[in-house]
Design a protein around this ligand. Sequence first.
Ligand code: AMP
Length: 546
Amino acid sequence: MSAVPDLEPLVLDGVVGHPEEFAARYRRDGLWIDRTFSEMLFDTVERVPDDVAVIAGDTELTYAELGEQVLRLAAGFRARGIGRGDRVVVQLPNVAAYIPLVFALFELGAVPVLALAAHERNEIAQFVDLAEAVAYLTVESHDGSDLAGLAAGIAASSPTVAHTVVLDRAGGGPELDALLAHEPLRHERRSLPSDVAFLQLSGGTTGTSKLIPHTHEGYLGSMVQASRVGGITADTVQLVVLPMPHSFAMRSPGYLGALHAGATIVLATDGSPDTVFPLIQRHRVTETALVPPLALAWLNSSLRGEYDLTSLRTVRVGGAKFGAEAAARIGRELGATLQQSYGMAEGLHTFTGLDEDEETITTRQGRPTSDADEILVVDDEDRPVPQGTPGHLLTRGPATVRGYYRTPEHDRTVFTADGFYRVGDLVQQDERGYLTVVGRAKDQINRGGSKIAPEEVENHLLAHPAVHDASVVGVPDDVLGERAKAYLVPREGGDPSALTLAGTRSFLRERGLAGYKLPDLVEVVETFPSTVAGKVSKRAQRTKKD
Ligand code: AMP
């Protein structure tokens, strides 16, 4: 690699960085690392060129082949005028081309906006607008959604999108081949470790997901910490079943951790036992990360006895609360060590240790990966509560951003004046620093790890001609933890017969809302219960018996 000496830091408007004194400390203490994503990958390519990097279906890429694809695709993107600082919305399922494509953007210093394959017109249009994206990269269809049509619509209507790249359903096809046909660029430093590397989506509480600007040095630093506590080595064979844009799949320690270690990544487009058990057997998978409903599906699957799963050493579970009963079954029934993980796309992530006692790994959601991750547990007035008492979690540290992208007003409500992020979860912390998640204060539904902002769905429901008022809450569910329920007050003169579950869901779908945000239950009511302050009592709606 040849360094370009006169590279100035990337300036992106609407990004709030860490104060210099914190940045200097994190760099000095090795919590931020002096590497870009691209440099991290090419360090590994140089070290283990012939080792297998990625397996997806019939595709198998060694590190050398992965590196070459990255540089060809980077040349292809550059020929289209995409360069440093340009935002590119990437909406892909877990296909073989995912890593080469996003790393091609990283090589150029472009800034991918990593959308979920499950997103629809409504979400994608908002990301494109907010980020002023120059390009949109997707597959022609996913789960019945016409993404080629969406790409054509965006190309026609967006003032900023100059390019779309539409792969076939399996993530290949002529548009990918055309990019790959370019002579590879030479890998060199085209961005700085302190630059924003990509924009990650938040779970969202108000409106739609916010975009989270993570830098190369900060994000890679948090991945390195997670790799250490996650025990990732060159011998790891990591199965990725969660959507790759999720921070849990990406850096906790995620596929970035695997690339950093020179490990092998096996991609699956879903985590169901019939898809993944054969993959675990065939590739001798050693570890994976799951959300609780998937862990339950694995534990309860009748297919378990039919496949050799003995290669599994670590099963990481997070994204939503994993009950202690189910947690205890991972070791007993899958023969793997459970590593619980708690965290958020905004930054902090915690893990239980791999050699911890049974009680800890089944009842705690982990502790931060470094002492520099500051944890405050506070009451409603931001006063610290005694240790072991439940309270609101506030955090700041090397992994946690100081603000979202281009939402200064929202930032003022979710970051304290001294830079702590108000996570919105209720936790308690034991004397060793381990956190147990005991509840949630933010208005968000956690549907088996997928996050729904009720306000976003309510806003769409209010556009329904038969709806006077709408309130969306999470109601308890044995498998998913929570399901989404919409309470609807019909509009006078409207047609209430349209307000069935099917009618409501298809109305929201037509408005371009992602499938996982559609309500699972609908109840038509005359009024909403109210709190003493006269607000809608969501608590009463959550606990109402049918
Ligand atoms: P995301 O940014 O999508 O990763 O969502 C972060 C949120 O997911 C956290 O603020 C929690 O509300 C929830 N969450 C993540 N991991 C866990 C866990 N292990 N237990 C309980 N809640 C969790």
